[in-house]
Design a protein around this ligand. Sequence first.
Ligand SMILES: C[S@@+](CC[C@H](N)C(=O)[O-])C[C@H]1O[C@@H](n2cnc3c(N)ncnc32)[C@H](O)[C@@H]1O
Length: 291
Amino acid sequence: MAGLNERIRAFYDQSTPLWLDTWGEQMHHGYYGPDGRRKTDHKQAQLDMIEALLQWGGAPQEVGSFLDAGCGVGGSSRYLAKRYADATGLGVTLSPVQAERGRDYNRLAGVADRLRIVAKDVYTLDPATDGTYDLIWSMESAEHMADKQGLFDLFFSLLNPGGRLVMATWCHRPEPPYLSPGDQYTLQQICKLYHLPPLVSVPTLGAAAGASGFEAVQTDDWSAAVEPFWGAVIRSGLRSPQLARAGAFGGGYDAGGVGDAVHAAGVCYGGYTVRGHGCAAALGGTNFSLR
Ligand SMILES: C[S@@+](CC[C@H](N)C(=O)[O-])C[C@H]1O[C@@H](n2cnc3c(N)ncnc32)[C@H](O)[C@@H]1O
């Protein structure tokens, strides 16, 4: 079996063109107000998600440089480039297809001169050669990354003093009560579908951030706020068997099967804030909460 990164790369290389046709350049949940009841167009909800996370995460008013770690085609990167009009940005993705499409979007958006998107493993970034950043943005990508402690250590080293990390990632619910064998099986199926290493809980992530030197870890659960998005994605998969087959809902599974798995697991969206010695970070997450 191919290694995790190879599978992630193949998954996004294959499914991204179809996702772009159906959903566009944002590849993450939508935000529907704190209780999830706001009636919003789903694509608008994806933009609202970025803004809500920026605000909740206390993103700096002024940013000279940002890193979008696991950037997809750079939907968030361009949002940040427009918000921080003088900033330079770097987006990294494992998928060469995403990087190429991202660079096309950058040119169309007129930000190609200050926003780079490259196909690169986040774990290979080095502050000495890749620079340091005022803002690190990690939107629904850290769930693909197995070594959480190593990731926070790396992010800490890549942040400028006074900078901030804002993260949204998938987790399972806090324990205890401990995950039952049935819960664990469901989570394994979800991880298999989306090419994820085992999920961790929000408190586990928060502790890892603290161990890397970040201080004042703050977490939140946005499960309700993003809940309507799952139904919309699954319905789009039902309308597009090609999208489902391509793996946007997981290789070998149909959209209905994913829907069953997701509902069986329960879906949550969490948030976290962390501050560290002169650095600050906000971590947000999508939690699989087994209820
Ligand atoms: C669900 S997509 C989210 C994309 C983007 N953040 C967004 O919200 O539109 C997950 C992204 O994480 C990236 N990714 C996963 N593991 C990575 C790694 N080790 N290094 C760089 N990117 C990674 C994938 O290539 C993909 O672009």
